[in-house]
Design a binder for this molecule. Structure first.
Ligand SMILES: Nc1ncnc2c1ncn2[C@@H]1O[C@H](COP(=O)(O)OP(=O)(O)OP(=O)(O)O)[C@@H](O)[C@H]1O
Ligand SMILES: [Mg+2]
Length: 340
């Protein structure tokens, strides 16, 4: 006999109280996966969203209205770089992909959605005021700064960069609550920028579930999951896929996820074996395999990307090839010279 399902959802939860909206990291730094099933989380998210819309509509201030409709980004390609685990090379890959696609003729905007604010150190700002550039960004811009173009930083490698900006802990908490309550905050700001058809937007995210990843996946067309060739990363891959399904929802314009294995060390048997298993499991969805290369991490000290460096190292060459592979899979730009 089937046991009736016990109700798992408290009545009328506030958006910030849902399991999916709770901070993903415990105090010990370990990911706190919600105990609820994915279906329960989706139901909670849906309910929280409709309540957020209802609350915003009830508010008399028009500035606080939440738009339920998905933003229209036209023919812009949005790519999210993500991972279940931290320190796997997301920011390195996002910066190098942005630089590589720029060199191949695409207009690229790279957005740092991680409070670590690290991307500005990968992509050297072309500015006489680099200190101020490092501190200001999308997280500390006033909501009235509706056009994010004024926040864009030109970089030595070519792509335009929207830094996250440096914020205090209490500001981060308030910012994340805001992101939780306004699903299309990022999408609306990008829409307001009026990016050219064919432009590419690359979103760098923190590891694991977060309000930042949720914002990114609400509008992304393609997710790039970065993994190391080790057992822990391999076992975390299904979690990444679950997260994608949960955050993307039902969207026809989402073209699925691709995988990159980073920091491959062929001198290690386990690295070779896990890489092979991933290759066999993922097939064509594995779009890049990047070797561990000391000069890749050294480049960070000089704010350089692979395309700016003399790309002799295997890791640099892999990064350049990865950008070429992805370029071949992107829808064509209507005009090759489209600018942001
Ligand atoms: N192919 C590579 N070879 C050698 N070192 C690498 C390679 N890729 C990344 N690294 C180094 O690994 C470290 C972590 O990289 P990165 O900051 O890009 O990871 P991340 O996934 O963005 O981290 P986080 O989860 O904290 O955002 C950096 O020191 C970087 O230089
Ligand atoms: Mg990072």
């Amino acid at each position: 006999m089937m046991t009736p399902l016990a109700p798992t959802m408290p009545p009328n939860p506030a958006p910030s109280e849902t399991a999916a909206a709770r901070p993903a990291q415990s105090k010990t730094g370990q990911t706190d996966w919600p105990a609820e099933s994915l279906q329960d989380l989706l139901a909670q998210l849906k309910q929280a969203e409709s309540e957020a819309v209802a609350n915003a509509t009830a508010n008399t201030s028009p500035k606080r209205l939440v738009e339920p409709a998905a933003p229209d980004l036209g023919k812009v390609n949005v790519i999210t770089v993500m991972s279940s685990k931290g320190g796997v090379g997301k920011s390195t890959i996002a910066a190098n992909l942005a630089a590589g696609l720029t060199q191949l003729g695409r207009s690229v905007l790279v957005v740092d959605l991680d409070p670590q604010n690290a991307l500005i150190h990968h992509l050297q700002p072309q500015s006489p005021r680099p200190v101020e550039d490092a501190a200001s960004g999308i997280a500390n811009a006033s909501e009235s700064a509706s056009d994010w173009r004024s926040l864009c930083v030109a970089t030595a490698a070519g792509p335009a960069l929207l830094p996250h900006g440096l914020i205090e802990e209490n500001e981060r908490q308030a910012f994340e609550q805001h992101l939780d309550s306004d699903r299309y905050w990022l999408g609306r700001h990008l829409e307001a920028m009026g990016l050219a058809d064919g432009a590419v937007v690359i979103l760098d995210t923190p590891p694991g579930p977060s309000p930042y990843l949720r914002q990114a996946l609400a509008i992304t067309h393609q997710a790039i999951v970065v993994s190391l060739p080790d057992a822990a990363s391999y076992t975390a891959l299904p979690l990444a896929e679950k997260l994608i399904r949960s955050y993307v929802g039902e969207r026809d314009d989402f073209k699925g996820c691709r995988y990159v294995i980073n920091q491959v060390d062929r001198s290690r048997q386990l690295n070779r074996d896990v890489s092979l298993i991933m290759q066999q499991t993922l097939g064509e969805r594995l779009v890049g395999m990047i070797h561990r290369d000391q000069s890749v991490s050294d480049a960070l000290a000089y704010n350089r990307t692979a395309v700016e460096q003399e790309a002799h190292g295997q890791g640099f060459q892999d990064l350049v090839r990865f950008a070429e592979t992805l370029m071949g899979q992107l829808p064509c730009a209507s005009e090759g010279s489209a600018t942001l």
